[in-house]
Write a protein that binds this ligand. Structure first.
Ligand code: DC
Length: 216
């Protein structure tokens, strides 16, 4: 059992990343945004011109691309690249390595099913499409990246990505059998964080009392 792993899966716009960050903050765990890793590799594949210097050394721009990977242009194609088995294998290995070195909250699509099927705590967040699209659009507006996006165009992208992420052959988006499902449509961020913390705390308390009973 991976004691110090909290897996938070679910589709985009369900509040996964905000919840995961806040739960990690409360517990002093590291937060690992696995979607950012798929977005980053997508951005690299879409944008990188690989070149060589006169000593045949490979050149790749080593700059911060956080803003670029959140762009709707990347959202539109990330599912295509994250379905490629070789890419998933490489990123899954990196995720296991990072999270094995420290207590971690990971959010993604396949954390509770494939990356850490033995995670101690598993959650699966959902929300209705209207709510998810409104949240995503607000996020894009706040980041100055909304461009010509509307709630309808954002919802269309969410639906297309859900379809691609859920039907791919390798590590599809699916709730782990033992994950706790939380519908966040009508919850505030504080409420959903509390639900996760409460459940993590209850399991911890339950284990402590079991240990105490066992030792006694
Ligand atoms: O969480 P996000 O929207 O930033 O994720 C971007 C895409 O990456 C998502 O549409 C599917 C893919 N992804 C994945 O396949 N597996 C993960 N563990 C995380 C993300």
């Amino acid at each position: 059992m991976a004691q110090n792993i909290i897996a938070i899966d679910g589709p985009s716009g369900t509040g996964k990343s905000t919840t995961a960050k806040m739960v990690a903050g409360e517990l002093g765990y590291t937060y690992l945004d696995t979607g950012a890793m798929y977005r980053a590799i997508t951005w690299v594949l879409e944008n990188t011109k690989i070149s060589f210097d006169k000593n045949n050394q490979v050149l790749i721009n080593g700059e911060n691309r956080e803003s670029e990977i959140r762009d709707p242009k990347i959202s539109a194609v990330v599912s295509k690249y994250s379905a490629i088995p070789a890419i998933r294998e490489a990123l899954t290995a990196q995720q296991r390595e990072i999270a094995s070195a420290q207590p971690c909250v990971l959010d993604g699509r396949d954390i509770g099913t494939v990356v850490f099927p033995n995670a101690k705590h598993k959650f699966f967040l959902t929300a209705d499409y209207k709510t998810r699209a409104a949240r995503r659009l607000l996020e894009l507006q706040n980041a100055g990246k909304a461009g010509g996006e509307t709630q309808e165009s954002v919802e269309k992208n969410l639906r297309a990505r859900d379809e691609a992420d859920s039907t791919r052959e390798v590590a599809p988006l699916v709730k782990a059998q033992d994950a706790i499902e939380i519908d966040t449509s009508h919850l505030t961020i504080q409420e959903q964080v509390q639900k996760v913390l409460q459940s993590v705390g209850e399991v911890a308390r339950c284990n402590n009392s079991l240990n105490a009973t066992h030792k006694g």
